[in-house]
Design a binder for this molecule. Structure first.
Ligand code: NAD
Length: 266
């Protein structure tokens, strides 16, 4: 399977290069990073801390899509629409892990998924995808007197908040409870907020150090509290999931898929 990577110089990009190089059946076809990237022409393996792989960083995404059967994109929301259009133009599948995608970008992905298979997920680890199912089940089982609060912590360089994973966990809780997340979500609390309103799904965000990603979903009732937690110890878990998703797109019909489809948890 010929796999391309856009954003190859990023934290996830370098992890993805290492994972593709180590996975039987995968060939690293081409890579690039942001426009104007100073490392154009450098070897992708060297950039990722490996021996040279004989794949030079391309000057822009078009050659990456032209050379690949599937492209993995962990970059920025601003790049996603262009990458989806290139995937359609080249008949290439797309795996997109970028978080913080605005509704307009999600709509563009859904449109592109009419032509090519696209796997989009804010978290590609097996553990978090299992957690999403558990949160939905617990929210469905408990009566609404249990208050739902979601706490997340990430490294100091993370640029979006709450994390895409926290929002996906909130969506799973809302679906389980049969409510709309947009109506129930409280993303910020500050000052004299008054008492908690029944039915709220609250988010709390911590940033610091090199924390890869911690998430805790709490169901706080009278006299008892249930907590479901996931702690990521490294980025390999996301890279492994993304490469699994990339291989899974082979011979798949066009459509917008999630990790639950890839992992057989849907
Ligand atoms: P990062 O800042 O380390 O890396 C992003 C890379 O993308 C950088 O090298 C940047 O130069 C490059 N880039 C930006 N715009 C580009 C463009 N237009 N074309 C090509 N490359 C471009 O960030 P990161 O920690 O690797 O995270 C990247 C994204 O992945 C974030 O949105 C993050 O939240 C998300 N993420 C998702 C998962 C998941 O499992 N889905 C896991 C971890 C991170």
């Amino acid at each position: 399977m010929r796999i391309g990577i856009v954003g190859c110089a990023g934290r996830m990009g370098r992890s993805l290069v290492r994972r593709v190089a180590a996975t039987p059946g995968c060939v690293l076809a081409a890579v690039c990073d942001r426009p104007g990237f100073s490392g154009v022409g450098q070897d992708a393996g060297t950039l990722a801390g490996l021996e040279p792989l004989g794949v030079a960083v391309a000057d822009g995404p078009a050659p990456v899509f032209a050379a690949s059967r599937v492209v993995i994109d962990f970059t920025s929301p601003a790049a996603a629409v262009d990458h989806a259009a290139l995937a359609v133009a080249h008949g290439c599948a797309l795996v997109i892990g970028t978080t913080g995608l605005p509704a307009a970008v999600e709509a563009a992905l859904a449109e592109a998924a009419g032509h090519v298979p696209i796997v989009a997920a804010p978290n590609m680890s097996v553990g978090v995808n299992l957690l999403l199912g558990l949160v939905k089940q617990v929210a469905r089982t408990l009566d609404p007197s249990f208050d739902i609060e979601i706490l997340e912590m990430h490294h100091r360089a993370k640029v979006d908040a709450p994390s895409g994973t926290a929002l996906a966990l909130g969506q799973a809780a809302a679906t389980g409870r049969g409510v709309t997340l947009e109506d129930a979500a409280v993303r910020v609390r500050d000052g004299h907020t008054g008492a908690r309103r029944p039915g709220e799904i609250g988010f709390a965000v911590l940033r610091g150090g090199d924390v890869v990603g911690d998430h805790v979903v709490m169901f706080a009732g009278d006299g008892e509290r249930i907590e479901l937690a996931h702690r990521a110890g490294n980025r390999e878990i996301f890279a492994r999931g993304a490469v699994t998703a990339a291989l899974w797109t082979r011979d798949r019909p066009p459509g917008l898929y999630g990790m639950a489809d890839v992992l057989g948890l849907a």
